[in-house]
Design a protein around this ligand. Sequence first.
Ligand code: CP
Length: 311
Amino acid sequence: MGKPQLSVNHVTGIKELSREDIFLIFETANEFKQVINRPIKKVPSLRDITIANLFFEDSTRTKLSFELAEKRLSADVINFSASSSSVKKGETLIDTVNNILYMKVDMIVMRHPSPGAPHLLAKHVNANIVNAGDGTHEHPTQALLDTFSIYQHFNGEIKGKKVVIVGDIMHSRVALSNIYAMQKLGMEVMVCGPSTLIPKYFHELGVLVENNVQKALEWCDVANILRIQLERQQIRYFPSLREYAMYFGVNRQRLDNLSKNILIMHPGPINRGIEITSDVADSEHSIILEQVENGVAVRMAVLYLLASTRK
Ligand code: CP
């Protein structure tokens, strides 16, 4: 029997991954986490593989994390940023990518503002595609690193764990990917925020909906707190950021009012004092920086397993 493999050639979304795929990524990430904590942090696994990181939208964590993961695996890496490219002269996505592929690129990691852009690429180009965030749709490697962090924290005992996702659910690709991943792993999911920022179709995803943040925090084992994405909001969904912080912000007082300790997560970037206060983000309950460390190991696992599917 050969080595276990992913059931997909591309990681475009959590929706397309099976539960077995997710656990295979966790097992592999666990091994790579040990590698990146050794004095020599590099392995030759992706020698002779060339990966292009195409970022059509801003990023700090995801871009650096993928680049580091690729370098730790000894891949050759090229970076593309739309803001300094010929996209500004009117070149289409498919033309841009086909030109890059003719430079003999094997895998593409792409962040794009349009939902479905990585799925379109996967149909039209001969390379493994990894979605690094497509508009308000999915951010699969973020959900993998979030659930891997929960899995590690609870020593694998995650079935039935209750997770609340608090914040701007409507504009968040992290929320949708988290919901798909957590449900596949048997966790219970609640979303919490102003009604105006919770799409009506979310009721059909099998998640609980709560508008009172104190009640939501009392219900959960884990709170994943999201930023208000003002850059995606053309209209006002709530009166002011000050009012949002007052009604939905997670602060020390709200944690102190709970009958138990809960785990605090945030995918970043954080807007301190709005969705979360510093005394919560930097508290002993927070695993925000562990999420960042796990991100490199999880992305190494995704790239390594996708490369294994190449003929
Ligand atoms: N979590 C996340 O996607 O952060 P960046 O936008 O900085 O990549």
